[in-house]
Design a binder for this molecule. Structure first.
Ligand SMILES: NC(=O)C1=CN([C@@H]2O[C@H](COP(=O)(O)OP(=O)(O)OC[C@H]3O[C@@H](n4cnc5c(N)ncnc54)[C@H](OP(=O)(O)O)[C@@H]3O)[C@@H](O)[C@H]2O)C=CC1
Ligand SMILES: CC1=C(/C=C/C(C)=C/C=C/C(C)=C/C=O)C(C)(C)CCC1
Length: 317
């Protein structure tokens, strides 16, 4: 059977874990998945999710995107070093005022989210070019298109990813390779919990009162509600990505969350770039009641549609 080899990074939790399990369970068994993580001691959840595919269409390997040696050792361990589909997923978040973040913290985000992808491609791209076959899939974010309050460095890391891929995509076409950026909005994973908990622990003594208040009483206060109303599941993002890797002509960009698209559309609607900035400002500072009411309305709609879906399912079984 001519299975495609898929290498995924960051599979110990969240989107990477869901992706590995979903692709390994492909109905037509079209893929052999190498699900990687930097710490194999965290493999338990993936082993559970992989179920009967483990050792069949899914194998687990060690890979740290911040270590060239670890990436090389992992690729060297694959049959003929072949990777047909690379899914660069490993990443981390960072929120808060920049006055309260160290340059080292910021460098770790860039090193993981941006240079992690660069290191992977330096190892894998030359072989893909030789074979004139391959698909590079990158889990970017809506923040690769649009910055969000208090996500300055994280958004910068995703913008870097998008600029890098957009430049590379033209060269890739010359070798018949595809590149796809997957752009989820908020997804309910460990990412959300880690970022929020770190955010709560931020030492705000270096920030002025207005900034500290904005972060605590506006951003952090609404954070959980935004994830609750707009958040997708990792499985949903995995389903979208599975669809992208099975297409003959996969798109360069794919947003996974239709509830979020009105926000990103603002970016393309105004070449001056003022529209999204002014709209976000108004949503946060002038219309916070309307914004909250809209979130509550969305929450209600989602609850109702989930309820009627469950009722429909119950009727049909
Ligand atoms: N959750 C969200 O709202 C959104 C997330 N994304 C993106 O999705 C991707 C996955 O995040 P998500 O699943 O949500 O978050 P999780 O925190 O659940 O997963 C992140 C994964 O990346 C791994 N990782 C971190 N650093 C490294 C490294 N140096 N080498 C290898 N693996 C590493 C983590 O491993 P470990 O367990 O060892 O830390 C973990 O497996 C990220 O790129 C993120 O930016 C995009 C849009 C929205
Ligand atoms: C919707 C919205 C907001 C928050 C958005 C958030 C919190 C998005 C998070 C996205 C993530 C986590 C992407 C990960 O890559 C604001 C700025 C508060 C106000 C304006 C509208």
């Amino acid at each position: 059977m001519n299975q495609k080899v898929v290498l995924i990074t960051g599979c110990s939790s969240g989107i990477g874990l869901a992706l590995a399990a979903r692709i390994a369970k492909d109905e037509k068994k079209r893929f052999m998945v190498y699900a990687t993580m930097r710490n194999l001691g965290k493999a338990e959840l993936l082993v559970e999710a992989a179920d009967r595919t483990l050792g069949r269409t899914l194998e687990i390997r060690q890979l740290d995107v911040c270590s060239e040696e670890s990436i090389k050792a992992c690729v060297d361990s694959l049959p003929e070093r072949r990777v047909d589909i690379l899914i660069s997923n490993a990443g981390m978040g960072l929120i808060g005022p920049i006055e309260c973040q160290s340059i080292d913290e910021m460098k770790t985000v860039m090193d993981t989210n941006f240079f992690g992808l660069v290191r992977l491609l330096k190892e894998i791209l030359p072989d893909m070019k030789k074979r004139k076959k391959g698909h590079i899939v990158v889990i970017s974010s809506v923040m690769g298109i649009q910055g969000i309050l208090f996500n300055d460095v994280y958004a910068a890391s995703k913008f870097a990813v998008e600029g890098f891929c957009e430049s590379l995509a033209v060269q890739a076409l010359r070798f018949s390779l595809n590149i796809s950026l997957i752009e989820p909005g908020p997804v309910i994973t460990e990412f959300e919990r880690k970022v929020y908990e770190e955010g709560l622990k931020t030492d705000l003594s270096k920030a002025d009162k207005v900034t500290a208040d904005m972060f605590t009483n506006i951003y952090l206060k609404n954070y959980n509600q935004i994830f609750e109303t707009l958040g997708q599941t990792a499985e949903d993002v995995a389903e979208h990505t599975h669809r992208i890797i099975t297409m003959d002509n996969p798109p360069f960009r794919h947003q996974t969350n239709t509830l979020y698209t009105p926000m990103t559309t603002l970016k393309y609607a105004d070449p001056n770039g003022d529209l999204p900035i002014e709209t976000f400002y108004k949503m946060v500072f002038e219309h916070d009641k309307v914004f909250n009411a809209s979130l509550n309305f969305l929450k209600l709609l989602r609850w109702r549609s989930r309820k009627s879906f469950t009722l429909e399912k119950d009727k049909s079984t």
